[in-house]
Design a protein around this ligand. Structure first.
Ligand code: CS2
Ligand code: MG
Length: 402
């Protein structure tokens, strides 16, 4: 079954998405998510100039071989742009295979290990009190796991917290805006925040927090230790993961579970972390980590070391990427949790999805393939809008490093 064509669809129904559509001689097509937040057009050019010409004519059934062709065969390996493109190719091929065999993708991955996938919500506040209100709304909406972020008193900015009205969106229109960051104030505030959340909402709700790489290993170790009484489900990205050995320091000091890797893109970013059991959850999603093919290998290695998955699922993962994650979530044994940051309603006018949220879990229906489709005519109504993620400076102006 030859690949006869492929195109990249870029649209911005409230935020940017890059979607790869691979067409075959049988008329069946597949979709892959190639969205790389704030760097969208780099992936578009990479796909259009370098990948699509080499895809045409290949047999769409040979997913593993095509994966290795684009990973090993092209000399330049790894990197977020390269791997976002390869992820999209891989996921689109799994979508095709499912449609051709008339079965959901999870059936090709070993079948269902569960009927539903536990998800976590985002609760944010520009004050501690408003964060508590946001947690209460998430509980009312049926979530049993909630990530809590709040602005640090006295600090102008806080990552993951919406300043204006409307839902939080990490990328803002235009070039990156610069924010200020005060690590000592953050470290003092966080235990107070979680003490209040636990007191108000009791022991059974699962609580999570995302540090967004803004601590050094020893700062993160202190934070993880001081948060122990509140029994977090996880502390995410306590440090940047490039220095995998840095996670040893956190482990040495604390039993708070650690999740890492939404910015990782291959298994090689994880080897020390997995084999030394330095983390508890893998965050790298199929949309950025080499697609379903590669994530199955990462999840298999993780399972050997008692480590589970908790894939990134912010709004910059498109409905196609979200579906890819959910199929893996339903199939593998060592699934832990899935991030759920709902897309704006406008996104639903462009993408038709076969997953749904109910009482704190996500469900997949029986549609073949990924169960997602794109309306290209609708997509054209929302052209690309440049947007960027923020840059942080310490109070004295130092560009924040880790
Ligand atoms: C965050 C995201 O969801 C998360 O855990 O870290 O908001 C992240 O900042 C964006 O997805 C970056 O693209
Ligand atoms: Mg994160």
């Amino acid at each position: 079954m030859r690949i006869t064509g492929a195109k990249v669809i870029v649209c911005c129904p409230s935020r940017n998405f890059v979607t790869l559509k691979i067409e075959t001689e049988s008329g069946v097509y597949g979709l892959g998510d190639a969205t790389l937040n704030g760097r969208e057009l780099a992936v578009v050019a990479f796909l259009e100039e370098h990948c699509i010409p080499a895809l045409i004519g290949r047999d769409a059934r040979n997913i593993e071989d095509i994966w290795h062709y684009f990973y090993r065969g092209v000399y330049w390996r790894r990197g977020p742009v390269n791997m976002a493109a390869l992820s999209a190719i891989d996921v689109a091929l799994w979508d095709i295979k499912g449609k051709v065999l008339n079965t959901p993708v999870y059936n090709l991955l070993g079948g269902r290990s569960r009927e539903r996938a536990l998800v976590y919500a985002h609760a944010t506040g520009d004050t501690l009190e408003s964060a508590l209100g946001s947690v209460a709304r998430a509980v009312e909406n049926g979530y049993r796991a909630i990530r809590v972020q709040a602005a640090v008193p006295g600090s102008a900015d806080a990552y993951g917290v919406e300043k204006g009205k409307g839902p939080y969106e990490p990328a803002k229109r235009g070039l990156a805006h610069e924010e200020s960051w005060d690590t000592p104030a953050y470290l003092r505030f966080l235990p107070q925040l979680f003490a209040r959340v636990r007191k108000e909402f009791g022991p059974s709700v699962h609580l999570l927090h995302d540090v967004h790489h803004r601590c050094t290993p020893i700062e993160a170790a202190r934070l993880a230790k001081e948060l122990e009484p509140y029994h977090l489900w996880w502390l995410e990205d306590p440090v940047a993961g490039e220095l995998q050995e840095g996670l040893r320091l956190i482990r040495r000091h604390s039993t708070t579970p650690i999740a890492i890797g939404e910015v990782f893109n291959t298994i090689y970013d994880y080897t020390t972390l997995l084999t030394e059991q330095l983390i508890d959850f893998v965050r790298m999603p199929p949309a950025h980590g080499g697609g379903i093919t590669h994530l199955l290998k990462v999840a298999a290695l993780a399972s050997v070391y008692h480590i589970k998955t908790g894939f990134h699922g912010a709004t910059d993962i498109s409905p196609v990427g979200a579906a890819a994650a959910l199929h893996v979530d339903h199939a593998i044994n060592n699934f832990g949790i899935q991030e759920h940051m709902p897309h704006q309603p406008l996104v639903g006018t462009v993408f038709d999805v076969g997953y749904r949220f109910d009482s704190g879990d996500m469900y997949l229906d029986e549609r073949p393939g990924l169960g997602v489709d794109i309306d290209e005519v609708e997509a054209e109504k929302y052209p690309y809008q440049p947007a960027s993620l923020p840059v942080a400076r310490l109070r004295d102006g130092t560009l924040w490093h880790w």
